[in-house]
Ligand binder design. Structure first.
Ligand code: MIC
Ligand code: SF4
Length: 644
């Protein structure tokens, strides 16, 4: 039987365990990436582990999220990360160098490698055939210190792309079509592997856009084969020797499959407030808009920017629209400046931002009240833009640029322009934003500003738990809901006590106070609790508020790991109907918790006051069990060795 790309990479990187679906294995980590908003926490954890130096082929610390230095906090965090990078042998990518995923794709991504990153969009590098996985900061810190990563062996979803796409189609329209077909939970437990004769029409950056938004399907990762287009990309990026032909075997076996005919795909748009709320752009064409934002790790490549410049050239942004453009890397920005595209954008009335996440994570450019914002980003969760009542739509750069000129949503297929781009033979490289580690690493001192506070650690499980319900939530609660992120809060990512006062406050403004008063509680939720970002703050903050457990119908993959890593019990309802039995005023009582966990996946619990018996499921690997019984991953990891 032939192998999938995923199976090939996992088997050549296997350190421990058996490659059977659902079982936990340890794999060798080749590369890691962090960004600053999850990075400070990851590096505090790396300091606690204190290896001599990182144990990977390459680790990079990017500064791209927290770039609005409205106070000392962000600048302090940057200095901290830079000092840790120097201390342990990590490449530091300064603010302005670009968005982690775009820069990593350009400069470091390699086929047939494993990359883990403390950001849910790490799978972007699947565009060149890497198995790139988003993880919590602690998992990445452990990856750096020990060189391994534990993961569940995923199923593989074959996505067959046949046919030739219309020239104005972007990778974004393809992934939005996949989201429409499979929804935000359709990728859970899978790696999405792309194949088919349509691949030859997709550039590496279109592929990267598609892999990037696999995160919105809940997938473990997404991956394309490495082929002639990959070779061309590596040559352009000045690193032809990083190319390696890499494809799945023709007789590989997949657990599921979806076919799309690219010639039939029209420009697509995700309506508020979910990336899977997808319709054709033509169905909402004409809707008046207030803001257009082009960029983010999803759509900020050189080709995307050039197409935008082509559309804007000689035109004017509509008077009622604010158009903001964020090129994905300093190198792309330089190329745009050199070839005149930047001038075309500015002449049309675009606002140009430095390369970084910017408006995607609410760092400025919040829309006006009830504003309609068209964004080339990957998430349109309610409130993420920084304006609670804004209506955010997700589109391709082509749709965004035409709409910015018209002042209303406009279908790029209605324009019949030739948007083909002549690619430069080589992109050149801007290395001035990288600080490469040198000298005697450990001689470099760690700089820690006053905003950086210690992270909380779990306590050993008591014999009996009686946990009042803190809040009862619905489906698809995002990590943005649990720990909001925007210009006012992002600077506090290294200050858990401060952030704790904002936990779930859009559902209950009193929740942090209530949690503190209860000194031990449980959160109840439905499907897909913790979707979205990899931020482990969504676990550390409940931990700080003494939340001991979350009971949900299901969890998003990264968030479930983050809960376990911090020492919070992620219970699943054995019978999902029991969700309806639980009242806001109830408590859940569990006797002999540690003993029950060590014996079985099925944990007996009692609802107080009704005395109804419910069964909580805690399907854990042996390692996860030990983590929970040892009050968190950090406590447990210190003695753990995994070798090939
Ligand atoms: C996001 O897109 O939500 C973020 C901000 O990049 C997060 C990381 C974070 O919360 O810091 C992610 O996707 O993991
Ligand atoms: Fe940055 Fe947005 Fe990408 Fe997250 S999704 S890494 S905030 S650009």
């Amino acid at each position: 039987m032939g192998q999938t790309l995923t199976a090939k990479i996992l088997s050549s990187h296997l350190l421990k365990g058996e490659l059977s679906i659902g079982s936990e294995v340890a794999v060798k980590v080749n590369q890691t990436l962090t960004q600053d908003s999850t990075g400070t926490m990851a590096y505090l954890q790396l300091l606690a582990l204190d290896p001599d130096k990182v144990n990977t082929d390459l680790s990079v610390a990017y500064i791209d999220h927290n770039m609005l230095q409205t106070g000392f906090e962000n600048a302090d965090d940057h200095a901290f990360i830079q000092s840790v990078a120097q201390h342990y042998g990590i490449i530091y990518s300064k603010a302005g160098g670009g968005i982690c995923h775009q820069v990593h794709l350009e400069r470091f991504s390699k086929p047939n490698t494993i990359l883990i990153g403390s950001d849910s969009h790490t799978p972007t590098c699947g565009g060149v055939g890497a198995l790139a996985i988003g993880a919590g900061g602690l998992d990445v810190a452990i990856g750096m210190a020990k060189g391994f990563y534990f993961m569940k062996v995923p199923k593989v979803y074959q996505i067959i792309l046949n046919g030739k796409p219309h020239p104005t189609l972007n990778g974004k329209d393809i992934i939005l079509s996949v989201l429409k077909a499979l929804t935000v939970t359709g990728g859970v437990g899978y790696v999405l592997e792309y194949c088919g004769d349509g691949l030859k029409y997709l550039s590496v950056t279109d592929r990267a856009t598609i892999c990037n938004m696999g995160a919105e399907l809940g997938a473990t990762s997404s991956i394309f084969p490495s082929d002639e287009n990959t070779r061309q990309y590596m040559i352009q990026q000045g690193r032809p020797s990083d190319y390696l032909p890499f494809s799945a075997d023709p007789d590989a076996n997949y657990e599921a499959s979806l076919s799309l005919d690219l010639s039939q795909i029209a420009p697509m748009i995700a309506k508020p407030h979910s990336p899977d709320n997808v319709v054709k752009v033509s169905e909402v064409a004409g809707l008046k808009i207030d803001q257009v934002a082009i960029g983010s790790c999803t759509n900020s490549s050189y080709s995307d920017m050039m197409k935008v410049a082509r559309i804007l050239k000689g035109k004017q942004v509509h008077p009622d629209v604010s158009l903001v453009v964020t090129p994905g890397s300093a190198n792309i920005l330089r190329l745009l400046a050199e070839n005149g595209a930047l001038s075309d954008m500015i002449s049309a009335g675009a606002r140009i931002l430095e390369s970084g996440c910017g408006p995607c994570i609410g760092m400025g450019q919040a829309p006006k009240s009830n504003g309609v914002s068209l964004r080339t980003f990957n998430r349109n969760f309610l409130g993420r833009s920084g304006t609670q009542n804004a209506q955010v739509y997700l589109v391709s750069p082509e749709t965004a640029a035409y709409s910015a000129i018209e002042g209303s949503i406009s279908d790029p297929m209605a324009h019949h322009d030739d948007l083909s781009i002549i690619q430069p033979i080589t992109f050149g490289q801007v290395d001035r934003y990288f600080i490469f580690p040198k000298g005697k690493l450990k001689d470099n001192p760690i700089q820690m500003g006053p905003n950086i506070k210690p992270f909380p650690l779990a306590q050993a499980l008591p014999n009996d738990l009686t946990l009042p319900v803190l809040i009862k939530l619905k489906d698809n609660i995002t990590t943005d809901d649990i720990v909001p992120s925007h210009a006012k809060l992002l600077p506090y990512r290294s200050n858990i006590p401060y952030l704790a006062d904002f936990c779930l406050t859009s559902f209950d403004p009193e929740l942090p106070l209530k949690a503190k008063a209860l000194k031990g509680s449980i959160i109840i939720a439905k499907e897909n609790y913790g979707q979205g970002s990899s931020r482990e703050h969504a676990a550390l903050i409940p931990l700080y508020l003494q939340v001991k457990a979350v009971l949900a119908v299901s969890f998003a993959r990264i968030h479930r790991s983050n809960l376990i890593n911090t020492g919070i019990l992620p219970f699943v309802f054995e019978n999902p109907m029991d969700y309806d039995e639980i009242l806001d005023s109830d408590s859940i009582q569990i006797h002999d918790v540690a003993h029950q966990i060590s014996l079985s996946d099925h944990i007996d619990a009692i609802l107080i006051p009704s005395q109804k018996r419910i069964v909580l499921n805690l399907k854990l690997s042996e390692r996860e069990k030990e983590i929970l019984l040892n009050a968190g991953y950090l406590n447990y990891i210190k003695g753990l060795k995994v070798t090939q």
